[in-house]
Design a protein around this ligand. Sequence first.
Ligand SMILES: [Zn+2]
Length: 315
Amino acid sequence: MATSWRTTPRKRCSATRNILGCRSSCPRCCEVVVPQIRPGAQDPTWLAVVLRAEGLAPVEYPGWRSRGHGAFKDLRGVMVHHTGSDTASAASIAEGRPDLAGPLSQLHIARDGTVTVVAAGVAWHAGVGMYPWVPANMGNWHLIGIECANSGTSPSAPHRRNWPDAQYFALVRCCAAINRHLGQTSARTIGHKEYAGHAQGKWDPGAIDMDVLRSDIAVTIASAPAGTPTPRPPVPVGAYTGILLYRGSAGPQVAELQRRLRTAYAAYAGDLVVDGVYGPQTGRAVREFQRRSGGLEVDGIVGPATAAALRLRIV
Ligand SMILES: [Zn+2]
């Protein structure tokens, strides 16, 4: 965001010859100073639209388009953070705290997966640090920050411990939507710890293996072409509401999914191994099913809508 000042030249008022007595209602003599908030040319004022096209339903925090510490320079990617608390609100990211004025990032993701767009201008989230394609200590002016309400668990926690599915997959989709919009691969999403680990001792996002996150983002970038939002069918209620299968899931329900794909959709899933483990081969088959079905989000995740379309037997 940049604040500019439109100034009309001060002129003597021929009517009164007394400039101090003039009010701004006098068009001829008063210096009119009007603050104008305008987005910088690089500011991501497109965030809400792009996230919506990804199938997300972002909340637009009041005033987000004009909130920021000045204008972005060229956008080079995304930086992911945890807030340090499972309950940190979008308002706390927008407004900041006594020792650091907000905004503290452009996006906030709650644990229930709610994405809030809090700012389009520069936010204080990156601080000092370095990464090959980011000018040293300039992350704030080149990276869109995403703050996830999460304690981070611990620096050595395994991938996704204490990261609810809803929050994690919302994060994946936000990063994918931004990277794709900017014509970037998932390599342009980095963690704060990768940039500022050395300079500031940062370890966020905790319990996120950035390579795994990037590979999940890459799959999402590939599976939903830009500009073609897929309409979401109403989520069926009843038997399928509790269904959520994704890469890493295991058990009899996954085996049933594999059996269903293998027998009913043999054209592309005929060689699927029925082992009860949701691995890459199962993910590919699910995405192919979603792609061919139309109206489904192509994300490789079997939720209620996909399960219903598959007529998956609940076991
Ligand atoms: Zn951080």
